[in-house]
Write a protein that binds this ligand. Structure first.
Ligand SMILES: [Zn+2]
Length: 470
């Protein structure tokens, strides 16, 4: 007797794609077997005929609101949208602030999530400007505690904004952080832009007539991505530190990551589905700042390169860079120095990657699972517990109906009062989402609660840290 059998679907497993039955008991997958061969009683049978059965999505990059960012939506509404979109694990951030250490940051993140989670979750600690040696010295114990990934910014992003001044980590501290991350078995996520170039571009933006929001790509430029990625890769190579570039936005970034991986360095790249599907020309629309997230959207050719990188393996993951705000907040600021960043598309990530990747660009189903789930599980230390449909893995499963077609409407979505994806023609959409054996969404209707989600302790496999395995 088991709790659930999912039958009749096309199942994507680490070993291949086939028509198998999947048995779930308690929180785990207990068997993947030929149709009808499971001689088991089940409390519930889910008919997945004509549908696709994939590992629950893993969102590697989300900034959840809390008391210090009241304008952002919190864990409950964001994770609710995530499960509706087929995502079962969300990785948020724990930002160290001057005067406090990383444990304090993790405590704040835990307060945001505990009891408010429709998904499982963890956080990447973020270092900010002037991190003291004592704070950097906490990396080893945090890895031991199950927080194996850390993040830095190489730029203060918007140098004219006083509230952004704490973001930047200088290259001196960065090298000290890399030493510790490498020694203790962690990975370093880098928001990589050349701070000198970005600052210079801001200084000259008004004189060049580039002050309105639609000039964002001239400030956060391709050249900045090129130079900063290569500098970060060089330092990481010297320090033997595995790195992960968040939100690769330009052809230059894809190239730099691809070259480093070609030299067998443990370098990984993420892009965002909005970066791959929209471009800087969209900024010109009325209220076109709605498309913006930092660094910036680039040209249509760059967006093509991002898809190419996702298809050919140079890029490993597709993320959201979630910062979820209301429409009013999103369009409030109108210059390159103050536009609201972030993307509320956590619900659209899986469906858009399927429609645009598999249906329109011929991406294999295995590759689709890699970029939406398995690779993030590997890189951030959750595999094969997460990111795999296999006996022994957590029963985190998403069923996609390829027959759902048409333009997305706001009624399809569950987060905020606007979406840049409104009207987007999708082909295929998540309909049922299971988190550790709990049916969270069934046939697009909510059935789980916000008390189900748990913290995931993470430990990264040594292979992932020594060469580009995914
Ligand atoms: Zn981010």
């Amino acid at each position: 007797m088991v709790d659930i059998i999912i039958q009749g679907g096309q199942v994507v497993t680490p070993g291949g794609v086939g028509n198998w039955d999947v048995a779930i008991d308690g929180e785990k997958i207990v068997a993947v077997a030929e149709p009808g061969s499971l001689a088991l009683e089940a409390d519930k049978r889910i008919d997945a005929g004509g549908k696709l059965v994939v590992p629950g999505g893993i969102e590697p990059h989300a900034h959840i609101g809390g008391p210090r960012q009241p304008e952002r939506s919190g864990a409950e509404p964001v994770s609710l949208a995530a499960v509706h979109g087929g995502t079962t694990t969300v990785l948020d951030f724990a930002t160290q602030v001057p005067g406090h250490d990383l444990h304090h940051a993790l405590g704040e993140a835990a307060e945001r999530w505990q009891g408010n989670a429709y998904t499982d979750y963890s956080y990447h600690p973020i270092f900010t400007r002037g991190a003291e040696d004592e704070v950097i010295g906490q990396i080893g114990e945090l890895v031991q505690d199950g927080y194996a990934s850390f993040k830095v910014f190489t730029t203060s992003i918007r140098p004219p904004s006083p509230q952004m001044q704490d973001n930047k980590t200088d290259f001196g501290r960065l090298s000290a952080i890399m030493d510790e991350v490498a020694e203790h078995g962690g990975i370093l996520m880098i928001h990589s832009e050349d701070d000198d170039m970005v600052s210079y571009n801001y200084d000259h933006a008004q004189g060049r007539g580039q002050w309105d929001w639609w000039n964002m790509h001239h400030i956060h430029s391709n050249l900045s991505e090129d130079v900063s990625f290569r500098r970060a890769i060089r330092l990481a190579e010297q320090k033997s530190c595995p790195i992960y570039f968040v939100h690769v936005s330009a052809d230059e970034g894809v190239e730099a990551v691809g070259e480093a991986r070609g030299r067998n360095l443990p370098v990984y790249g993420e892009t965002l589905h909005n970066y791959a599907c929209f471009n800087a020309e969209n900024y010109r629309e009325d209220n076109g700042m709605k498309y913006h997230t930092y660094p910036s959207l680039k040209s249509p050719g760059d967006a093509d390169s991002l898809w190419q990188g996702l298809l050919d393996g140079r890029l490993s993951t597709v993320a959201t860079d979630l910062v979820s705000t209301t429409w009013e907040e999103k369009i409030r600021f109108k210059t390159v120095a103050d536009v609201t960043g972030g993307h509320n598309g956590i619900e659209t990530r899986m469906g858009v990657a399927y429609s645009e990747g598999v249906v329109r660009r011929g991406m294999s189903l295995q590759r689709f699972v890699d970029i939406t789930s398995a690779n993030a599980a590997k890189i951030f230390g959750m595999y094969p517990r997460k990111g795999a449909i296999a006996a022994g893995s957590d029963a985190d499963i998403t069923i996609i109906d390829p027959n759902i077609k048409g333009p997305l409407s706001l009624d399809d979505l569950h987060l905020e009062d606007y979406s840049i994806w409104e009207g987007w023609p999708v082909e295929g959409w998540p309909v049922t989402t299971i988190l550790r054996g709990n049916i969270m969404v069934e046939d697009r209707n909510l059935s789980g609660s916000a008390s189900v989600g748990r913290l995931v302790r993470r430990k990264i496999d040594v292979e992932v840290l020594s060469k580009p395995v995914c």
